[in-house]
Design a protein around this ligand. Structure first.
Ligand SMILES: Cc1cc2nc3c(=O)[nH]c(=O)nc-3n(C[C@H](O)[C@H](O)[C@H](O)COP(=O)(O)OP(=O)(O)OC[C@H]3O[C@@H](n4cnc5c(N)ncnc54)[C@H](O)[C@@H]3O)c2cc1C
Length: 383
């Protein structure tokens, strides 16, 4: 799957463009099977092409399972690293500089509680526990934005699973999101960081629900509900709840039926008028990107009126954290007083995000990681 497939595949059953894109994906995948190729897509494809350029192209050794333990510092300058390899500590000199690219701290429960006040429901790499950030701090680096993350909404995971970060699913028509009491609280189609902020502000510890009618299930791709075994586990864990009517669904979710009915009726009125009078869903180009253009007058709004109705339990998720080492335009680590730590560079989620607390658009994490990684490498080459 290519990144540009994602938005169209979400409506493979509702628009001709989505269907054609879906068919091309299926044929591409089958073509790979026939040719005996293992095709990879989206983020894995990006990482694979980097590996090809660096490992095969430049013959740079790639050591896996070799975590950074500490930096080697000589006076004021970082001159190497100590890593753990095959049960031993290995020291590597780095004349030009050391680049930290060890991700955020989304899987560090203690740091999450300390900086975010919640355990978090991360979707990022399980190895991201903030080690490189701590190591940079020991070498004198300043950190910022530690209370931030690439927040978003995720469908809760059954025991042992990973929460499913949702974007298109909550933006498509015939669905809405409520808090634990059955009230809408935000524009469901807004950017994931904005929605995450609204969830944190509204109720940091409470449950949320994505509620959809039968047309949402039939027309749109729900990436988190494709596997029948997973669906069974979600039903058993109370994460996926079905009912024939809105009132029955409310009862199953522990909500006041009149409350949820009122929420749905108000929302349905907005959907028919094409204007979300409470939260402006469908007003922005961003909202409409993940909408269904065949639904009029507003591609993000469709009334919930056809059962069965399904609710999915939603938690405050994230794609990773935003806080970390403060850097300059060349990715050089800075101290609290703004001076440069010579020889130490940082890019990606172990740096404080250049985007601050916002989400300007797709690629807001990988874009800066790549740009500052390149700028840092060029700076090292010049040094
Ligand atoms: C489901 C999902 C979808 C996403 N979609 C997009 C998107 O469309 N566009 C976009 O821009 N971003 C997207 N992101 C976010 C993006 O993938 C991350 O922000 C990005 O991968 C961060 O890159 P990174 O190099 O900083 O860290 P990571 O890619 O997380 O890699 C960090 C690595 O460092 C390793 N590590 C940790 N500690 C140490 C240590 N002490 N020593 C050695 N190694 C260590 C970790 O194990 C990990 O392998 C998505 C993320 C997820 C989860």
């Amino acid at each position: 799957m290519k990144t540009d497939d994602v938005w169209l595949l979400g409506r493979a059953w509702s628009t001709p463009g989505g269907f054609v894109r879906g068919a091309r994906l299926v044929f591409r995948a089958l073509g790979g099977v026939v040719r005996g190729q293992r095709l990879v897509g989206i983020g894995v494809a990006l990482a694979t092409s980097f590996c090809k350029a660096v490992v095969l192209g430049q013959q740079v050794p790639l050591w896996l399972n070799s975590p950074l333990e500490d930096l080697v510092v000589d006076g004021d300058r970082v001159v190497g690293v100590r890593i753990r390899r095959d049960g031993r500590t290995v020291t590597i000199r780095a004349e030009r500089g050391v680049m930290l690219a060890g991700g955020g701290f989304e899987h560090n429960r203690d740091w999450r509680q300390k900086h975010h006040g919640i355990d978090g429901s991360p979707s990022g790499n399980p190895g991201n526990v903030g080690g490189p950030i701590e190591i940079a701090q020991r070498a004198g680096a300043a950190v910022e934005l530690m209370d931030e993350a690439w927040w978003g909404a995720s469908v809760a995971a059954p025991a042992g699973g990973t929460p499913a970060f949702i974007v298109g699913e909550r933006s498509m028509p015939y669905s809405l999101m409520t808090d634990a009491a059955g009230n809408r609280f935000a524009n469901e189609s807004e950017s994931y960081v904005d929605l995450g902020h609204h969830m944190l502000e509204h109720d940091r510890d409470g449950a949320y629900w994505l509620i959809a009618d039968a047309r949402h299930a039939r027309r749109y791709l729900r990436t988190f509900a494709l596997d029948p075994r997973q669906n069974k586990a979600m039903r058993e864990a109370g994460i996926m709840v079905k009912a024939r009517s809105v009132a029955e669904l409310a009862g199953r979710l522990g909500m006041e039926p009149a409350r949820l009915r009122a929420t749905v009726e108000r929302f349905n009125g907005f959907a028919r008028a094409g204007v979300d009078g409470d939260f402006g869903r469908g007003n922005s180009a961003y909202d409409r990107y993940y909408g269904d253009p065949t639904v009029r007058p507003n591609p993000n709004l469709g009334p919930l009126e056809r059962g069965p109705f399904t609710a999915f339990k939603v938690v405050i998720g994230d794609l990773g954290t935003k806080g970390g080492v403060v850097t300059d335009a060349d990715g050089r680590a800075l101290r609290e007083d703004g001076s440069v730590i010579e020889g130490l560079y940082s890019a990606g989620n172990n740096s404080a995000s250049v985007m601050g607390r916002t989400y300007p658009g797709p690629g807001s994490t990988i874009g800066p990681a790549t740009v500052f990684g390149l700028r840092a490498a060029r700076h090292m080459a010049r040094a």
